[in-house]
Design a protein. Sequence first.
Length: 146
Amino acid sequence: MNDLAPRVERAACERAYRQAHYRIHEAGESFTLLIDQPSAVLRQCHVRHGVNASAFMTAWNPYSVLCDEHVNARAHAHLLADLRTAGFAYLSAEALDSTEQWPIECGLLVLGVSQADALMLGTRYQQNAVVCCDEGGTPRLQWCTS
């Protein structure tokens, strides 16, 4: 029975991540990304910023375990510092549970980040997955853990 627990947990996480809405804030406007749904607005965002890829990521609630506000704020500040040190531009973002059972998570759309770097950062911040967005503006769920 214990062997099935991680798969059940991952299946539940995947369902939640795929149903989430990833809201991106740029210049006083917002747009929403949905997993596996191409976004013309995201493609335009990439063009404006001179990049061909991006990734939504968060440092909140490692491994999908709810943490208090202070722990999440501290993790977010560390992620921001890492991104600044690495020279990445980013936009403010948030993940919203479409079923409204999970609190809104603060996140970032990291501009110009490769999938490999996004996964490395996701792993560093103990995230199950990140959302990598390709040149065509399609957000894809990418697992940080095997």
